[in-house]
Design a protein around this ligand. Structure first.
Ligand code: PLP
Length: 343
């Protein structure tokens, strides 16, 4: 069963109360900043509204963009919960005191990697899903253009792939920042920036959203797209002519996270959402929305389509270091200065 039994709503009118056993009565508001894909944001908010009667106002923005919004609004917060998106800007927000400490009773039900995110942020963010980074190529375009099938990060530097590769801008996108931090951890910082500068020659567009290159690959607008493997799988299950690749050198991964915004106007409802979002019933809403991450609650079934993390050569990603405010700001500034504006 997806949803637990609805609570009975109580309406007050002219000095007497009426118990409603039908749709739950209005229970106030909640503003959620959603950083997963729109296709998953919408059913998640609708299910929470239906279950609780709390009216949700939702905005979808990429991870880095949402972090910037939360920071810009910190003097007068307008959002209550930030749900989804890569963990690094959630960690940065935690360190900068932009988010609230909260210990959910559901914490004991989560995988260690999700709890570590909570511990590392001193209780200000928690893991809700995980997924590995990779790339995909459009099999029709690769064959038509007689291009070699890329298997490794190094293969994406092939001059034959000039203008054939798409990835997001790491300032707006947590996916792309995960790639930047992954390269630094695999190659060391100097070689990683040499790699990213060389890759720039093959990039046709830096998109705002991290999943956009997966969609563009499915539509044949780019031959290769770099994104989370589950974003590629989302296209493949719909029949896109695509092959997803876990790069041979190894790859990084994300711990998608959730935080309560400091000074949230609807704090009680924010905590209700937070607890609910960690339940197996809520996390099971991902798969029907074709979001195939690995969920954080141990009792949530892992969708069979989810890329199997155990089969992928994952690096030992240092979430504390690459989610720290100083390191994230420094790497993004360096990417802007040395990569973004190259001809
Ligand atoms: N959508 C999905 C399915 C994700 O797993 C993630 C990462 O957490 C995002 C979106 C975040 O996207 P962006 O790279 O645009 O911040």
């Amino acid at each position: 069963m997806f949803l637990t039994r609805r609570a009975l709503g109580v309406a007050f009118s002219a000095g007497f109360s009426i118990v409603l056993a039908g749709p739950v009565a209005a229970q106030g508001q909640l503003t959620v900043y959603c950083s997963v894909q729109e296709e998953w944001c919408r059913p998640m908010m609708a299910a929470f509204e239906k279950e609780t009667g709390i009216k949700v106002s939702m905005t979808r923005k990429s991870s880095g963009e949402t972090y910037a919004q939360v920071k810009a609004e910190s003097a007068n917060p307008r959002g209550d919960v930030w749900w989804g998106g890569t963990g690094d800007p959630h960690m940065q927000a935690a360190e900068e005191g932009l988010t609230e400490e909260y210990k959910s009773p559901k914490l004991t039900e989560l995988n260690d990697w999700a709890v570590r995110q909570w511990e590392g942020s001193k209780g200000r963010t928690v893991g809700i899903y995980s997924g590995a980074l990779g790339f995909a190529y459009n099999t029709k375009l690769i064959a038509e253009k007689k291009l070699p099938e890329p298997k490794c990060w190094a293969d994406l530097l092939d001059p034959k792939l000039k203008d054939e590769v798409q990835v997001a801008d790491p300032n707006s996108s947590g996916t792309s920042y995960t790639m930047l931090a992954t390269m630094v951890q695999i190659m060391g910082e100097q070689k990683a920036f040499e790699y990213l500068k060389a890759l720039h020659k093959n990039i046709n567009q830096y998109t705002k959203s991290g999943a956009a290159p997966a969609k563009a690959t499915s539509l044949g607008e780019t031959t290769v797209g770099i994104a989370f493997l589950h974003d590629h799988v989302m296209m493949i299950v719909d029949g896109a002519p695509m092959k997803a690749v876990a790069p041979c050198e190894g790859t990084g991964y994300e711990i998608g996270s959730m935080s309560i915004i400091k000074g949230a106007k609807n704090m009680d409802n924010a905590k209700k959402f937070y607890d609910w979002a960690l339940t197996p019933a809520a996390q099971a809403l991902a798969a029907p929305a074709k979001s195939f991450q690995v969920p954080s609650n141990k009792a949530t079934p892992i969708p069979p389509q989810a890329p199997k993390l155990a089969d992928i050569k994952l690096i030992n990603f240092d979430f504390a270091k690459y989610g720290s405010s100083d390191e994230r700001k420094r790497l993004l500034a360096k990417w802007d200065a040395e990569v973004k504006n190259l001809p």
